[in-house]
Ligand binder design. Structure first.
Ligand code: GDG
Length: 493
């Protein structure tokens, strides 16, 4: 089984003389000013959990946007700082964006054009010329930072996500072929050709990504969509047997690498005294004893199917009034991208729905929906998962969905039911979950009902199988597989 230790060992044994450089929008460590003092916070999320140990073992460089209030204060003139703070092992190189770049590149092109383009949720993408200019400008800024870090050496560069589509090509243009081996992991879905063809910048985006040696998606379906787009838009030779594209005399390997979570770490945290106390605190604070608990946790994003979820709770109560007072639905929602009007509207819509449904069904001492808009510590989040008899993931479209895998990892008691949208990447692997179509309210409410009433025996059978899968295909396996493939590209080059 892959672990943090085995991944570190693998890097030490195989990296050779090449530098290792990770590039992402989000940084692994952030410095904040807190009552006049600088405090360092490690970012949350799967990529940081997996890649921080890789970086520590490789002594490489991680390039990302610096957005903490004290980030600039403690870096050198080039934006470099050694991390982790208590035992420095690698370089974090920060790229600075001004307000207009942040608006155009991050909020604009990344999140108002590419995010809705890649998620089939029927939200219309908007392609503003200024945002595209800003996106190009910031990708070029990242290219400068990468080239500066590589210098005359040879390097592996591993790029993350949709914010940096143009970076691979910008690097190829300025570096000789053997000096850089470039991989890119795409964390969100890749759309079908019918959808992608509306993008005015589609050719530049494909050309950018085809400069990679390796391009990873979560599932084969996204790989195939990508290949279909290439076939229709670019002059290229596609080999569907070994999933390669040759364009402009360069070969790109396309492959699925299903991302995962730190199963062992979460499993361990879930059994600590701190989490046990947090579970009690949740129950006491929200009066949750003697009822079934349905939980949900995500960024408040229109791809996550939150209005559908609230409506499914209402339908469940419409159809089964005997459940009034017998369960609570606890939704954690972290506010995100609030400068974008669609996100603001979604927040308002959820408030209205919650008020209406709670008004309809609440009793003197009970209400069906508890909605907490907060960022929780990871321990409190794991406690929430542990507390949940049912976790509901109702994404309208989701690359993978890590919350589902975290819930499974947190259920060391082998209990808990996962009610999972069939439109998540995770649904392909997690076949023992209860799958449903979030657009079909009747089916959705039915699955919630099944989840609440499932026998302990059936829950256990399903959960044991789910846990085996996540334990095996954990985040370290994901990183190991992708880096092995990247190294393979170096041998073949
Ligand atoms: C993108 C793709 C793909 C959430 N609230 C809190 C908190 N979280 C953490 C969760 C989880 C992460 O955020 C969310 O990951 P997801 O995978 O569920 O969703 P996206 O943010 O949309 O991620 C997705 C992923 O990239 C990885 O490739 O799976 O499809 O859309 O880890 O636990 N963490 C803490 N407090 C919170 O309040 N500490």
């Amino acid at each position: 089984m892959y672990s943090e230790e085995s991944l570190k060992q693998f890097i030490q044994d195989n990296l050779g003389d090449r530098k290792f450089i990770v590039v992402s929008n989000r940084q692994p460590y952030e410095h904040q000013l807190n009552q006049g003092k600088v405090v360092c916070k490690r970012g949350a999320g799967g990529i940081i959990t997996a890649l921080d140990p890789v970086m520590q073992a490789s002594h490489g460089t991680w390039i990302a946007v610096g957005n903490g209030t004290a980030d600039k204060k403690i870096c050198d003139a080039a934006g470099r700082i050694q991390v982790p703070e208590d035992n420095p092992k690698y370089t974090l190189r920060r790229v600075w964006l001004n307000k207009s770049e942040n608006k155009g590149y991050y909020y604009g092109y990344s999140n108002e054009a590419l995010w809705p383009l890649c998620h089939k949720t029927f939200e219309r993408p908007s392609f503003e010329e200024d945002d595209w200019e800003s996106y190009k400008q910031v990708n070029a800024k990242f290219a400068d930072a990468v080239l500066d870090e590589v210098g005359d050496e040879e390097a592996f560069v591993w790029i993350q996500d949709y914010h940096l589509c143009l970076l691979p090509h910008l690097l190829r243009e300025r570096m000789n072929k053997d000096q850089l081996i470039i991989a890119h992991f795409w964390h969100i879905p890749w759309p079908s050709y019918e959808t992608f063809r509306i993008c005015p910048q589609k050719k530049e985006i494909l050309q950018g990504l085809l400069a990679n040696d390796l391009l990873g998606f979560h599932i084969n379906y996204h790989c195939n969509n990508f290949l279909e787009n290439v076939e229709r838009e670019v002059e290229a030779r596609i080999n569907r047997e070994n999933l390669t594209v040759i364009s402009d005399s360069h070969t790109t390997k396309i492959q699925a690498f299903p991302i995962s979570v730190d199963y062992a770490g979460i499993n361990h945290i879930s059994q600590t005294k701190t989490v046990e106390n947090e579970v009690k605190a949740w129950k006491n604070n929200y009066n949750l004893d003697n009822q079934k608990i349905i939980v949900g946790a995500e960024r408040i994003d229109y791809t996550k199917g939150l209005p559908e979820r609230f409506l499914a709770i209402e339908r469940l109560l419409d159809e089964h009034p005997e459940l009034i007072g017998r369960f609570s639905f606890l939704q954690l929602g972290q506010i995100t991208r609030i400068h974008i009007p669609k996100y603001k509207r979604l927040n308002d819509e959820l408030n209205d729905l919650m008020e209406r449904i709670n008004w309809k069904y609440s009793t003197d001492d009970w209400q069906p929906i508890l909605f907490i808009r907060q960022h929780l510590s990871f321990q409190r989040l794991v406690a929430l998962f542990k507390l949940g008899d049912v976790l509901v993931v109702s994404s309208l479209h989701d690359g993978m969905n890590l919350v589902a895998k975290e819930f499974i990892s947190a259920h060391s008691d082998e209990s808990g039911v996962l009610v999972l949208s069939k439109f998540t990447g995770a649904a392909r692997e997690l076949t023992e979950a209860l799958h449903f179509n979030p657009y079909d309210l009747q089916e959705f409410a039915g699955k919630l009902y099944n989840g609440i009433l499932m026998s302990d025996k059936e829950k256990k059978i399903r959960m044991i199988k789910l846990r085996e899968k996540v334990m095996e295909q954990n985040i370290y396996a994901w990183a190991n597989e992708m880096i092995s493939e990247l190294m393979e590209c170096a041998y073949l080059s």
